[in-house]
Design a protein around this ligand. Structure first.
Ligand code: SAH
Ligand code: SF4
Length: 365
């Protein structure tokens, strides 16, 4: 059975052409999938009867079942455990960013944090997904399916992360961060295909510039991304500014030195003419020291870089503590001396273990 969410527009067109249907029919099916968000082949509107029959014999629309649904106490974050066809489960988080005071008639914007793998093979010591190990890659359709799931949710007036607010407010999925479970560049082809599907203007039409891919820092994948045309944002998880420190936290650092990783990053900024975001999980007295801050400053000075600092979120398998606000500020002040802008990522959904690095398959949290 073909999962229609696995196919790009061109692949769908080709499939239908092989069955003897013109491009027009591919357009109708695509619209049903991504504008009407049809849940089954039978729900696809305007599809000719003979094509519908052919589709129901050969294809499905992969729907991810909901295993659990948790809302954070501040009402702005909601975490879903979703079930794949083989009973593998993955997590998707939806966040509402309350920026300036919204007007009642203004569109509410949401960010979805999407998984690219069930588990993760990279084994970063402080990350719950890393602690559980690798199960498998997600298919393009399973990555797309998470985004379709969120789009459907935002169309239900009562089911947003927060229930209050005037009914006439429109909810829009604006940003996608590939920062859920898994390492997206380890699942390169499926991730890129999913990005191509959700950014297609004939369907969901999400803006590539509103998509951020976060990687543990696989140099080959970064170079490949640099050579391709997609204008998504890249975030590279660094966590250590010397090989010794990074190796303590990120096992892949044993395979690729910082010099090799930074070479790939520079290649990316030169080739794409885009800034890179570097992520730094700040762990008290581990990697939040003045020495590490200066080493980081020297490593990135002169580069078009922005550092996202994430105070450590607790996980069962790691004993470190988050840096307090004084240490966070001191760290940022040193970076500023090197002309490096940084922001502290807001802590989100910590009470429901939906924060960065807290995602793992658990029905009861
Ligand atoms: N595999 C990718 C994307 C998923 S993790 C990557 O590693 O970049 C998304 C971000 O959360 C990464 O920067 C990761 O280092 C960070 N992270 C993981 N565990 C964390 C934790 N316990 N507290 C804070 N940030 C964490
Ligand atoms: Fe995998 Fe990213 Fe977690 Fe590291 S931080 S184990 S790469 S999900």
């Amino acid at each position: 059975m073909i999962n229609l969410h696995d196919l790009t527009y061109d692949q769908l067109t080709k499939l239908l052409a092989d069955w003897g249907y013109s491009k027009f029919h591919a357009g109708v099916v695509w619209k049903g999938l991504y504008r009407d968000l049809a849940e089954t082949v039978d729900d696809l509107p305007d599809v000719r009867l003979d094509l519908r029959k052919k589709l129901s014999l050969n294809a499905t629309i992969g729907k991810l079942g909901t295993l659990s649904d948790l809302g954070s106490s501040d009402g702005n974050t909601r975490k879903f455990l979703l079930r794949c066809v083989d009973d593998q489960s993955i997590e998707t988080v939806i966040m509402r960013y309350a920026g300036r005071q919204e007007r009642p008639d203004e569109t509410r914007r949401y960010t979805a944090c999407v998984s690219s793998q069930a588990g993760c093979a990279m084994g970063c010591v402080f990350c719950a997904t890393g602690q559980m190990g690798f199960m498998r890659h997600l298919t393009p359709g399973e990555i797309v399916g998470q985004i379709v799931f969120v789009e459907r949710l935002l169309r239900e007036p009562s089911a947003k992360p927060e229930d209050s607010g005037p009914a006439k407010q429109v909810a829009q999925l604006r940003n996608i961060v590939l920062m859920g479970m898994g390492e997206p560049l380890h699942n390169y082809n499926n991730t890129m295909r999913a990005i191509d599907i959700v950014t297609d203007n004939r369907g969901l039409g999400l803006g590539p510039r509103h998509i951020t891919l976060s990687t543990v820092g696989l140099p080959t994948g970064i170079r490949r991304l640099a050579n391709e045309k997609r204008s998504i944002n890249l975030a590279v998880s660094l966590h250590g500014a010397t090989d010794a420190e990074r190796q303590r936290l990120v096992p892949t650092a044993n395979r690729w030195s910082l010099a090799t990783l930074l070479d790939a990053c520079r290649y990316y900024t030169e080739k794409r003419k885009r800034r890179i975001f570097f992520e730094w999980t700040l762990i008290a007295y581990e990697n939040d020291t003045a020495e590490q801050a200066h080493a980081l400053g020297q490593l990135l000075a002169g580069m078009d870089a922005h550092i996202n600092v994430i105070p450590l979120n607790p996980t069962d398998g790691y004993g470190g503590a988050p840096s307090d606000s004084q240490r966070v500020q001191a760290f940022q002040a040193i970076l500023a001396q090197y002309g490096l802008p940084s922001t502290v990522r807001q802590r989100r959904g910590i009470d429901i273990a939906a924060g960065c690095g807290q995602l793992r398959q658990r029905v009861t949290t």
